[in-house]
Design a protein around this ligand. Structure first.
Ligand SMILES: [Zn+2]
Length: 190
């Protein structure tokens, strides 16, 4: 589904006027176009189907070993302020008989991050989609992120980081599995 960028450009121009700007001044002439293009990209996950990303990237592999992909960069927009939050995502899973192609987990993170989000939901959506698409035995996802809506405004806490985690299947049921996950990603994920 394509966005009506002409409509968005018009709205951004009105927004500029409302905040006291002159949309005709040199630096702002093309701003509505640029904002529309940026918004279209940054919300593209809203209009994308995860099944199409996943489809060609699942491979049959009998293994019970934990797979970890850590430090996946996350850039998203908080739905309360439409300001960025960004950080790192760590994913662990124990397959049953299927595994993901390596780059696909990162693409899934992008797909869900390019929506208006809250960090908690983003974390859960990633764990759910990993669990469901390969029928994993268990999944753990942790996201560490900084929110510009907190850093630039409001409480103005520049160094606080929000950490969210979602554990399902064996990652929830087994303390040993959960501890293995946390040890492998490291408490600070680095
Ligand atoms: Zn916010």
């Amino acid at each position: 589904m394509a966005l009506d960028t002409t409509k968005i450009e018009k709205l951004v121009r009105e927004l500029l006027i409302e905040i006291g700007e002159d949309p005709e001044r040199e630096g702002l002439i093309k701003t509505p176009q640029r904002v529309a293009a940026a918004l279209s990209f940054l919300t593209s996950g809203t209009r994308s189907d995860p099944a199409r990303v996943i489809n060609d990237a699942i491979f049959t592999q009998k293994t019970n070993s934990m797979v970890i992909v850590k430090n996946i960069e996350v850039y998203s927009l908080c739905e309360h302020h439409m300001l960025p939050f960004f950080g790192r995502c760590h994913i662990g899973y124990i397959p049953r008989d299927k595994v993901f192609g390596l780059s696909k987990l990162a693409r899934l993170v992008d797909l869900y991050a390019r929506r208006l989000q809250i960090q908690e939901r983003l974390t859960e959506q990633i764990s759910q989609v990993v669990m469901e698409s390969i029928n994993a035995q268990g999944v753990g996802v942790m996201i560490e992120a900084r929110h510009l809506c907190m850093m630039m405004r409001g409480v103005e806490k520049q160094n606080s980081e929000m950490i969210t985690s979602s554990v399902i299947g064996t990652f929830r049921d087994s303390v040993a599995t959960r501890e293995e996950f946390l040890a492998l990603i490291g408490t600070r994920g680095s």
